[in-house]
Design a protein around this ligand. Structure first.
Ligand SMILES: *[C@@H]1O[C@H](CO)[C@@H](O)[C@H](O)[C@H]1NC(C)=O
Ligand SMILES: *[C@@H]1O[C@H](CO)[C@@H](O)[C@H](O)[C@H]1NC(C)=O
Ligand SMILES: *[C@@H]1O[C@H](CO)[C@@H](O)[C@H](O)[C@H]1NC(C)=O
Ligand SMILES: *[C@@H]1O[C@H](CO)[C@@H](O)[C@H](O)[C@H]1NC(C)=O
Ligand SMILES: *[C@@H]1O[C@H](CO)[C@@H](O)[C@H](O)[C@H]1NC(C)=O
Ligand SMILES: *[C@@H]1O[C@H](CO)[C@@H](O)[C@H](O)[C@H]1NC(C)=O
Length: 690
């Protein structure tokens, strides 16, 4: 009985032992070992989700470089990681080891990301896992949740992706428990085997294959992580991370899936690849196969780096060559400019099709380089040079520097038409030329000079005085020329600056009007909202000082003043107290009109013509522009074809209006912007103000 009872007990114990030992044996036998040298032919062993896929060349791609994507790749079968011991309270995690070679190719060296992980997960996918900093492992809702049972070794490539430590350089490895935040992290280096404790830096996202080795030792609960560039061909003996990870016990469940997750960010775009992967768990000291780079599929072409590099190079080359090209073009134009300056001037578009445009070079030669010796006149609108064309024709070149080039283009158009004016009492305009800021007008050369020199300077020097006949002929000639401008040409041309210095006397003692229309240039060049008044004191009609608008009537007024000047040999005004018109008018009122005749003539004049001329002159100087005769009538008066009306007391210059005019004039003179020299040379100076 005793033996039978003891036999029963033994058999019961044996059964119990068997009962206990079967799962123990089962556990011991479920080891996992695999090695993928590339994933060709093993697609079914890897479960991929999201952006992850196995490429035809056998490389596992976790993410491409699209923004905001995730990708996961887990080994098809779960791995038994927990070991329960006989008394079932001592639960340990089995030792395991993983080795893989990965490549991260950023879209450019500055904005790669986000990163990838080696993960232990209860599921072979990461449901609703987020991109960016969640790395395809977790999301906003389940972050830090203990129920996740996720452990991730994080390969982080984004700088400042952490909320807690935003300055850190994004090239490190971290250990994450149920959280996107690492409990522990280490910047990426490897330890040189030859020099103890010598750290060697390298970049995870270099685009080159990197070998990673994870070794977990169950008994010591130690996790070692070693990373190094795969090209080194050896495993650094000192791991980057060697940490006791007791926390892993809270995470690891009976069976866990092992694999990778990766994510990109909105702007942080890296492609993450795994070229090969070996894993081993179970056994006393499982060692995953070290992957030999030469046995793996060729790494993905580092297009990002190359592309970024080459595009940078291209940008550099393009910009350099653009700069070179621009400089060459500039040089070319500079040389051409220099050349053309020597040969001929550069033309603006509008200048080209003007038939009267002359070459600066020709004028330069004709005037012998605009030498001072060639100056035959100054004042007016510019300096006048005498020149001689190759065909011996003499010319007068007026060099004007307009106060602004603004109106020049339009003015030239006018010059073109003025060039078509042909009259024996006009100075013929041959052409023009623009050179830098100068405008050159080319006229016929008139040998006897201007009327004012004949009237004042020459007599004084030689004692010869212009005879009455010549004076009367000149008056008629001027009237004839002015009539042509006012009425006989296709357009009305207002001279605007009639005065003796603008009347040239040719070899037949015929007067020729010059500078007609030129005042327009000064009016145009001024600011549009101011009215530039151009004219010469003494010759300006009273209405000009009021509204500044030139008209044929204001030309007639100037003609009248000039007529009286020619007859009397007196300038229209001196320092301000003498006004020729007033003076003649007073003589007329006193009946002593012939006292106005130039005393230098003595009695050598025709009394009838003289009275006629003075009467016409006074009539032309009527205060009311509407009461002045037209040039056609003036010429009829002068030719005796029509009688000059009596000049009555209502002629316009009542004493009050006369003084009014005088004061207006002075007021105008003093208020306008005139150089001080103006005041002393009031009769010949020019007003240009607004
Ligand atoms: C990979 O595939 C090859 C051929 O189909 C097979 O022999 C090998 O065992 C597979 N490797 C793994 C780790 O499953
Ligand atoms: C990323 O994608 C998820 C869904 O796939 C979307 O909810 C989220 O707004 C995206 N984030 C960005 C920054 O585009
Ligand atoms: C289980 O066994 C270990 C030693 O193997 C011992 O330290 C522990 O106290 C035991 N637990 C129980 C509940 O017996
Ligand atoms: C648990 O079991 C393992 C394996 O048998 C043993 O090495 C370890 O010392 C045990 N741990 C404890 C706390 O008894
Ligand atoms: C981990 O690294 C330490 C330090 O180098 C080493 O002593 C230990 O053996 C390593 N453990 C494993 C499992 O490789
Ligand atoms: C890798 O493989 C090549 C050729 O098969 C061999 O020469 C080399 O020694 C291997 N390297 C390692 C580290 O095993």
């Amino acid at each position: 009985m005793g033996t039978a009872r003891s036999m029963v007990i033994v058999s019961l114990l044996f059964k119990l032992f068997l009962l206990l030992s079967v799962p123990l044996r089962a556990q011991r036998t479920t080891t996992t070992e695999f090695t993928f040298r590339g994933f060709s032919g093993n697609q079914s062993d890897i479960r991929t989700e999201g952006a992850a896929m196995i490429k035809p060349d056998g490389i596992l791609r976790l993410t491409n470089r699209k923004p905001n994507v995730t990708g996961t790749a887990f080994y098809r079968k779960p791995v038994r990681l927990l070991e329960t011991h006989i008394n079932s309270t001592n639960v340990t995690i089995r030792s395991f080891s993983a080795s893989f070679v990965f490549v991260i190719i950023p879209s450019s060296s500055s904005n790669g990301g986000f990163g990838f992980t080696f993960t232990l997960s209860p599921t072979p996918y990461r449901l609703n896992a987020g991109s960016e900093k969640y790395l395809g492992v977790l999301n906003k809702e389940n972050d830090r949740d203990p129920k996740n049972h996720v452990f991730a070794v994080e390969f982080d490539t984004v700088q400042g992706s952490r909320d807690d430590n935003t300055d850190r350089i994004g090239n490190d490895i971290g250990l994450n428990y149920n959280s996107r935040t690492s409990d522990f992290q280490e910047p990426v280096v490897y330890y040189n085997n030859d020099v103890p404790n010598r750290k060697e830096d390298f970049q995870l996202e270099s685009g080159n294959p990197i070998q990673a080795l994870l070794e977990y030792d169950g008994p010591t609960q130690t996790l070692n992580v070693t990373v190094s560039p795969a090209r080194l061909g050896f495993k650094p003996t000192k791991p980057l991370i060697s940490q006791q990870v007791p926390k892993l016990l809270e995470i690891v469940q009976e069976e866990m899936y092992v694999g990778f997750t990766a994510a990109t960010g909105k702007d942080q775009l890296s492609a993450h690849y795994v070229m090969g992967w070996s894993f081993s768990s179970g056994g006393e000291r499982p060692i995953a196969d070290i992957l030999n780079l030469s046995e793996l599929p060729p790494p993905p072409p580092n297009t990002a780096e190359k592309r970024g590099f080459s595009s940078q190079i291209i940008v550099l080359i393009v910009s350099l060559s653009a700069v070179m090209l621009i400089m060459l073009v500039l040089l070319f134009f500079f040389v051409m400019y220099k050349k053309r300056l020597k040969q001929e001037e550069i033309l603006e578009d509008w200048e080209i099709d003007h038939p009267r445009r002359l070459r600066y070079r020709d004028l330069y030669v004709a005037t012998d380089g605009f030498k001072e010796m060639g100056i035959i006149g100054t004042g007016g609108f510019g300096t006048v040079f005498k020149g001689k064309l190759p065909n011996s024709v003499l010319i007068a070149v007026k060099k004007i520097t307009p106060n602004s080039m603004q109106g020049v283009r339009e003015f030239v158009a006018e010059i073109e038409s003025l060039g078509r004016l042909k009259h024996k009492n006009l100075v013929n305009l041959q052409g023009w030329c623009k050179h830098k800021s100068d405008l050159l007008l080319v006229y016929d050369y008139i040998p006897n000079g201007s009327l004012d020199t004949l009237l004042y300077s020459v007599p004084r020097r030689s004692g010869a005085v212009l005879s009455w006949n010549v004076r009367f002929q000149i008056v008629k000639g001027i009237a004839s020329g002015l009539l042509y401008l006012h009425e006989e040409w296709e357009k009305i041309v207002i001279h605007r600056d009639l005065k003796p210095s603008n009347v040239l006397i040719d070899s037949n003692m015929n007067p020729r009007l010059g500078d007609f229309g030129l005042a327009r240039l000064y009016e145009r060049g001024s600011l549009s909202n101011t009215t530039a008044l151009v004219g010469t004191i003494g010759y300006m009609a009273p209405e000009l000082t009021r509204n500044g608008s030139s008209s044929t009537a204001s030309d007639v007024f100037a003609f009248g003043v000039m007529l009286l000047e020619i007859v009397s040999g007196r300038k229209p005004t001196d320092s301000g107290s003498f006004f020729l018109v007033d003076w003649v008018m007073e003589l007329h009122a006193n009946g002593g009109i012939l006292n106005a005749i130039d005393p230098r003539l003595g009695s050598a004049y025709d009394g009838g013509e003289a009275r006629l001329a003075i009467a016409v002159g006074l009539l032309c100087c009527h205060q009311n522009p509407a009461s002045r005769p037209s040039m056609r009538i003036v010429l009829k008066f002068l030719n005796g074809d029509e009688n000059v009306p009596e000049i009555d007391d209502e002629w316009g210059y009542s004493n009050s209006s006369r003084s009014d005019f005088g004061s207006k004039l002075e007021e105008y003179v003093s208020s306008s912007s005139i150089a001080s020299s103006f005041v002393t040379r009031i009769s010949t100076s020019r007003i240009s103000g607004g």
